[in-house]
Design a protein around this ligand. Sequence first.
Ligand code: OXD
Ligand code: MN
Length: 592
Amino acid sequence: MEAKHEVLNNWVNEMAKMCNPDRIVWINGSMAEKEKLEKEAFQTGELTLLNQEKLPGCVLHRTAINDVARTENLTFICTSKKEDAGPTNNWMSPEEGYKKAGDIFKNSMSGRTMYVIPFSMGPIGSPFSKIGVELTDSIYVVLNMIIVTRAGDEVLKNLGTNGEFTKCLHSKADLDINRRLILHFPEDNTIWSVGSGYGGNVLLGKKCLALRIASYIGRNEGWMAEHMLILGIEKPSGETNYIAAAFPSACGKTNLAMLVPPEGLKIKGYKILTVGDDIAWMRVKEDGSLWAINPESGFFGVAPGTNMKSNPNAVATIQKNTIFTNVLLKNDGTVWWENGDGPIPEEGIDWMGNPWKPGVIGEDGKPKKGANPNSRFTAPLTQCPSISPYFDDPEGVPITAIIFGGRRTSVAPLVYQSFNWEHGVFVGSIMASEITAAQYGAQGVVRRDPMAMLPFCGYNMADYFSHWFEMGKKMKNAPKIFHVNWFKTDENGKFLWPGYGDNLRVLEWIIDRSNGNIGVVESPIGYLPDKEDLDLTGLDLGNGVIEKLLDVSKVEWEKEIKDIREFYNKFGDKLPVELEKELNNLIKRFAR
Ligand code: OXD
Ligand code: MN
């Protein structure tokens, strides 16, 4: 269906003139259309059909070898003034951005089809929702977008003749890393992504729109777009508390969002309800509370490490209608990844499309991985056994508590509560995560990642902090703000806390504190639990371990404060005075 929307039609034609596709196809979102596109992709090799008895509706895709993750160094915020992008973003002027990317887009779709995907982030017609239209020359992108967003004719109808939409243009072009750019033009409500086929760079509704562009729009319109999961904890009485939680990538967000209560707490009859695993859009309603929706309709989760112990709900979610990207293909037409379920296959085809056997040493002298460490599954939210009945509610869910968390082997205790909203914003602003040697750099290096938004804030992060303070002023009933750290280790580098389902023990304390039901132990960094108030039934932590988990070391924090100061210095005099004040208060509390 072509739109009855002149601005949209003109834009599609203009972009088509530049990219020069052989044909233009408007995506309607039907089953028949999906099947037709899949068939075409099987023929070209863009997709492989998996074992339909064991994995009905599932397919496999391999990206180019140099195109397996978000490329932060090639991601830009293109604002007229450099200062508006701020010190934590790459900046390019809009003129330069359009020119540089335009040169790569030129004729990039010749011999190809340009698909027009109208999509809604959030339930169609919800006051929270925003519409985008993505133009792409990739069937893989179309098939992912119809899972992770609400896409098709319904969206066009809702857009009407003059509705607003984000203009999203994507072309794989020649997948050359030297001709790859992910550009955001917040002043024009426009995204241009070229030269990549990796999800985070090309499913433009997700990181690009729902975080970078939406954070910019949210600031102007008075709401928040955050890198947060949303989950509900239902008590047997039926009362449900919703929590929104921000963690940097690779800290277990998807696992937490789908948590299964541990044995010892089962008796209490809690039920976890998943609303979202990656992004939250939050607004203050007339009742003075903060309400949130998950703007997505699917998961784009990391496969390695997903197994029946770490996340049985995710395993159940991806048994059908799932797109697997860069995982190992087994001989029986099913898939596998490192730290997945089942025995290590004796052979298979690795994520690069080559024959694979366990233990074979690669050029770097290490055993070759079967699946890429950032291999992914794309699956509909509706397939998740723990999905909340409100995941699709246009009104969203009310948020009781906000959690910030990072991966820290020391410094941050298992959990603490901020003294108030302003202090909570400070706690979010100093969030940090340690890089492990096994992952991407020197072990122990701390990367500051405020609110887990470092790679996703679409404007100056100093203004983003101010926006958080402004939002606090609007609420009568603001969520309480907490910080957690599941990753503290002992002297031998062993994790002190079991994590996974046992994290519910911490969430329970957070809910009780938010509802004002229990006391606390005051510390310089915030309120700590009285250890008697944490329900550790059925958990054998060992002597003195809970004390270690809740310890706040003055020596460690003195070093931390220096590092925070250095980070804050980046923002110059744009840093909100409230943060300066909070840092000074922290120093004073340690000096007492
Ligand atoms: C991420 C993701 O990179 O969610 O944060 O894919
Ligand atoms: Mn994410």
